[in-house]
Design a protein around this ligand. Structure first.
Ligand code: DSN
Length: 414
């Protein structure tokens, strides 16, 4: 028993299971996998080396891992309409790097969304390898609308002639017009990569335009709205298949994580179910209910609302920072993250915003009225940020709400 052998780790596991049961988690990039996915993640497939690809491995005994990898590939192809799929990237950032290294040379220009406007580190941020290896340029959102200014992107592309254009975001609440990005890339002769990590589940369920049908490369993580195990995946046109696979292995990675790939296969099977579609629809309804309720209570939402699973709350003018809000809310039983807002004057360790996402509360079964109630909790804490009494009261209310929406993690803590 783990508890007898390593009580320190056993206690950390128990406490995490409890935390996931007792907190209301609004981190937009997290989700709770099904027990089936959790089961295969902790399975014997973690024991197996399988460098190579199905039927072409550098190790014997790969017949069973071959089956799960092929299932994951086939299911992803079906769901997204992809010509080729690689399910081996260990993460979204690894997936993005693999795409760059497949078709770019060091020093080539890439044009991606600015990290400070909602993009991702791996889209060319100077502190990331994508910004160190390549000449990166970034577009942002309009100050007036909080939305991507596609005309500005087109102008930048015409002037810069990037070799690759990257679309996708970590903190952008509006539908991304991948078709416009494609037309810009076509016009300037750039490769087009769409990073759908945050919205992969919405796309799989048909609630967001799917770039796979036209983009050269689509990258994603598998653990956000897609609700699979922590990892990455790349979908691409058949003409890049060989080079891309070679970049992942042996270029960037050795042995794939077969237990995670098995988990990806299970999650992708789940993503084909009608219930998954219902889930994604509810994720969006819950986010819209929260955005409405926040605005009704006087909070500013960047871009004025949401089309997807998340929103950015602009706390500038409230006297609060994102950091202070995050810490107080966490003590009140509500976990979310501070986040820079576009044109933020505060540093990323402080920020003027918080990011709110609904994947987990929706997995728990919460609906719009619960989402609105959570906004009420948030509002009370933010209005009484120095009151330990209010924080304690809200924490108790959070506990009462969560009791109506138990998750398996509670059982795992016993
Ligand atoms: N850092 C992740 C997020 O929270 O959005 C994206 O990789």
């Amino acid at each position: 028993m783990l508890r007898d052998f390593d009580p320190e780790v056993a206690n950390a596991l128990r406490d995490e299971a409890l935390r996931e049961n007792e907190q209301i988690i609004l981190i937009a990039s997290e989700n709770y996998v099904s027990e089936a996915v959790l089961h295969v993640q902790g399975s014997v497939m973690t024991n197996k080396y399988a460098e190579g690809y199905p039927e072409h491995r550098y190790y014997g005994g790969c017949e069973n891992v071959d089956r799960v990898e092929q299932l994951a590939i086939n299911r992803a192809k079906t769901i997204f309409g992809a010509e080729h799929v690689n399910v081996q990237p260990h993460s979204g950032t690894s997936a993005n790097l693999a795409v760059y290294l497949t078709v770019l040379e060091p020093g080539d220009k890439i044009l991606g969304m600015s990290l400070s406007h909602g993009g991702h580190l791996s889209h060319g941020a100077k502190v990331n390898v994508s910004g160190r290896l390549f000449e990166s340029h970034s577009y942002g959102v309009s100050r007036e609308t909080g939305r991507i200014d596609y005309d500005e992107v087109r102008e930048m592309a015409r002037t810069l002639h990037p070799k690759m254009i990257v679309a996708g975001a970590s903190a952008y609440s509006r539908t991304i017009d991948f078709a416009v990005f494609q037309s810009i890339a076509d016009e300037v002769g750039a490769y087009f990569m769409a990073d759908i990590a945050h919205i992969a589940g919405l796309i799989a369920a048909g609630f967001h335009p799917n770039p796979t049908l036209h983009a050269d490369f689509v990258t994603t993580t598998t653990h956000k709205t897609l609700r699979g195990p922590r990892g990455g995946m790349i979908l691409c046109k058949a003409k890049f298949a060989r080079d891309l696979d070679h970049t992942i292995f042996p270029g960037l990675q050795g042995g794939p994580l077969m237990h995670t790939i098995a988990g990806k296969a299970v999650a992708l099977k789940e993503a084909m179910l009608p219930e998954f579609r219902d889930y994604q629809a509810q994720v969006i309804r819950n986010a819209q209910a929260m955005a409405d309720e926040l605005q009704a209570r006087g909070y500013k939402i960047v871009s004025g609302g949401t089309d997807n699973h998340l929103m950015l709350v602009d706390l500038s003018g409230t006297g609060l920072t994102g950091d202070r809000a995050e810490k107080a809310l966490d003590r009140a039983g509500i976990t979310l993250n501070k986040n820079v807002i576009p044109f933020d004057t505060a540093p990323p360790t402080v920020t003027s915003g918080i990011r709110i996402g609904t994947p987990i509360i929706t997995t728990r079964g919460m609906k719009e009225e619960d989402a609105r109630r959570i906004v009420g909790f948030i509002d009370r804490v933010l209005l009484n940020i120095d009151s330990e009494e209010v924080i304690r009261e809200v924490r108790e209310e959070v506990g009462r709400l969560n009791k109506n929406f138990p998750v398996y993690t509670g059982r795992l803590a016993e």
